[in-house]
Design a protein around this ligand. Structure first.
Ligand SMILES: [Zn+2]
Length: 498
C-alpha cells in the first residue's frame, strides 16, 4: 500500500514536472531574447524617442514579430492605436490687470495655454471652478461667466495640493469654455520659492495627449497681498484685463501597439489579462536628460524598457503557441517617458471594454542589482501574490516586494494608468534590492546599452514574467485589490462589485 502510494506520488510529481517543462515559456531561448534586445536597444534606433523615427522602427519590429506569431490585431485589423500628442510651449508675454495690480508673465503670472488674447472684461469668482455632477458639486451654479474671466482657487475643495492643481487643468479649462468664459485664472497659494520652481518648470515645452476640444485660456497668479480672491468673492472690483501672446502647439504622432491572443477556456476567455510594457525611451543628447559625450550621446534604454518590451514579445510567442484560459491583450505603450501618456490614452480609449480586463501585469524597470530575483511593485496589493511567487520560483528567482518605497515606484510606470481606473496592476521589474548607485549608473544614462546586459538573467526574467502571466490568466478566481487599497474603490466601480 505504502509502496503503491509512493509510486502514485512519483507519477504525479513526474506529470507535474513534465507539464512544467512542456510549456512554451520554458523553450524560449536566450539567443532569441538577446536578439530582440540587441535590436530594440541598438544605436540605430536612437533611443526610441516618442515622435522620432527610432520609435517607429521599434514599432515595426514588434508588429512584425506579432504577425509572425499569429497574434490578432486589436484595432480593426491593425495593431496600431494612434495616440496623438501635442507639445505646448507657453506664451512668453502676458499681463493680467486687476485693481491696478499688474500680474506679469513669469513674475507673478503664469499663463500656460490658449490663443492670443486682448480683453477688458469682468472677473467672476467661481470657488474652485469645479464640476462633479455625481458628487453634486457645481461651482458655476447661478454664475454668468459668458465673455468673462473666471477666477478660481487652485485644486479642489478636498485637495488643493500642487498635484491636484496640475492634474485638473484640462477639466477646468473645459468647464469654463463650455460656459463661455474666455479664461480661467487660478489663485495659486504657494510659497514664492515653490512658485519660482513651478514657473521654471512650466515655462518649458510640455507634452500631453492632444485635446480634441480646446478649453478656455488658462493660467495662475501668485496673489501676494493683492487680496484678489477675497475681493472678487465679495463681489467687489470686478474689472480686469488680460493680454497674452499665443501658446505654441506642435502635434506629434505616435502609436500604442495592441494585439490579442484568445484564451482557451470557453467561459474565461471573455476576461482579459493585459500585458503591457512601454517601448519608448528618451532619445539622444540633451533630450535624454543624463550626461552624454560626443562619443556616446544615445540613450539606448536596454533596461528601460528594452527588457520589458522583450518580455512582452516573449509572452506573445509563448501564448500564441499555448494560450492560457483567459484571453491576453498585448500592449506596447508609447510616450511613457514623457508622462505615462500612451497607457493613459489606452486606459481612456480601450480597444476591449476595460471592465473585461481583469488584471494588468506591466513590465518596466530602472535596472537590476540582484540577478537572483525579480522586483514586483504592488506584490501584496493586487490579489495574485502566490502566482507571482510561483511564476518566479519556476525559474529560480525570488520576489522582492517594493524595493524603494520612498521612490513611489507604483505610480511611476504605466501600471498606474490602469490602477487609477481600478484594474489590479502591479509592475513586474528586474531584480532590485535598493535604488542605489548600481541602478543609477544605468538609469536614464547612455551606458544603458545592450553590451552591459546579463543575458542569462534576461532569459530567466522573461520566462518568469510569461509564466507568472500564465498562472494569473489561468487562476480560477480573478484577482482583486487588497482590502483598503487606495485603488480598491475604483476597482469596485469599474467591475460593478457591491
Ligand atoms: Zn521605464
Amino acid at each position: 500500500m505504502r509502496k503503491l502510494l509512493l509510486l502514485f506520488c512519483a507519477v504525479l510529481l513526474f506529470m507535474n514536472a513534465h507539464a512544467q517543462t512542456d510549456l512554451p515559456e520554458t523553450k524560449l531561448t536566450k539567443a532569441e531574447l538577446e536578439a530582440h534586445l540587441r535590436f530594440l536597444a541598438s544605436d540605430e534606433l536612437q533611443g526610441r524617442r516618442t515622435g522620432e523615427m527610432g520609435l517607429q522602427v521599434a514599432a515595426r519590429y514588434i508588429i512584425t514579430q506579432w504577425e509572425a506569431q499569429g497574434v490578432q490585431p486589436a484595432n480593426d485589423g491593425s495593431y496600431m492605436q494612434a495616440v496623438e500628442l501635442q507639445e505646448v510651449t507657453p506664451m512668453t508675454d502676458a499681463t493680467f490687470t486687476w485693481n491696478k495690480t499688474d500680474f506679469t508673465q513669469g513674475d507673478n503670472l503664469m499663463m500656460l495655454t490658449g490663443d492670443a488674447l486682448d480683453v477688458e472684461t469682468k472677473a467672476v469668482f467661481a470657488n474652485y471652478g469645479w464640476v462633479d455632477e455625481a458628487a453634486d458639486i457645481n461651482d458655476y451654479e447661478g454664475l454668468d461667466v459668458e465673455g468673462k474671466i473666471v477666477v478660481t482657487l487652485s485644486g479642489k475643495a478636498d485637495d488643493n495640493s500642487p498635484m491636484a492643481t496640475f492634474t485638473s487643468i484640462r477639466s477646468k479649462r473645459k468647464w469654463a469654455k463650455e460656459r463661455g468664459a474666455v479664461a480661467v485664472i487660478e489663485v495659486f497659494k504657494m510659497s514664492p520659492s515653490f512658485w519660482k520652481r513651478a514657473v521654471g518648470y512650466f515655462s518649458q515645452p510640455r507634452m500631453d495627449i492632444a485635446s480634441k476640444e480646446e478649453g478656455a485660456a488658462y493660467g495662475w497668479v501668485l496673489p501676494g497681498d493683492s487680496g484678489i480672491a477675497k475681493a472678487l468673492k465679495a463681489g467687489k472690483k470686478k474689472k480686469v484685463s488680460l493680454q497674452t501672446g499665443k501658446a505654441q502647439v506642435t502635434k506629434i504622432a505616435s502609436d500604442n501597439l495592441v494585439g490579442i491572443i484568445e484564451g482557451s477556456d470557453p467561459n474565461l476567455k471573455d476576461e482579459y489579462v493585459l500585458l503591457s510594457a512601454h517601448y519608448d525611451h528618451v532619445g539622444t543628447g540633451k533630450n535624454g536628460g543624463g550626461a552624454f559625450t560626443a562619443q556616446d550621446s544615445i540613450f539606448n534604454g536596454a533596461r528601460d524598457n528594452g527588457i520589458g518590451t522583450v518580455a512582452v514579445l516573449a509572452a506573445a510567442k509563448a501564448f500564441s503557441q499555448q494560450p492560457p484560459k483567459r484571453s491576453v491583450i498585448l500592449l506596447a505603450c508609447t510616450a511613457e517617458e514623457i508622462g505615462l501618456l500612451g497607457s493613459r490614452y489606452y486606459a481612456e480609449n480601450p480597444l476591449i471594454a476595460l471592465e473585461k480586463t481583469v488584471f494588468n501585469l506591466n513590465c518596466d524597470g530602472a535596472g537590476y542589482n540582484d540577478t537572483g530575483a525579480v522586483a514586483v511593485i504592488g506584490l501584496d496589493r493586487v490579489g495574485a501574490k502566490q502566482e507571482i511567487l510561483d511564476g518566479a520560483a519556476a525559474f529560480d528567482l525570488e520576489v522582492v516586494g517594493d524595493p524603494a518605497p520612498e521612490q513611489g515606484l507604483f505610480d511611476r510606470s504605466d501600471n498606474a494608468s490602469f490602477a487609477a481606473k481600478g484594474v489590479p496592476s502591479p509592475n513586474f521589474a528586474p531584480g532590485m534590492r535598493t535604488f542605489d548607485d548600481s541602478i543609477m549608473k544605468y538609469y536614464h544614462q547612455v551606458g544603458d546599452n545592450p553590451d552591459t546586459i546579463d543575458y542569462d538573467y534576461l532569459h530567466k526574467f522573461c520566462q518568469a514574467y510569461v509564466h507568472t502571466a500564465r498562472l494569473i490568466a489561468n487562476k480560477d478566481k480573478r484577482p482583486f485589490w487588497a482590502t483598503g487599497d487606495k485603488y480598491e474603490a475604483a476597482g469596485k466601480a469599474l467591475y460593478g462589485l457591491e
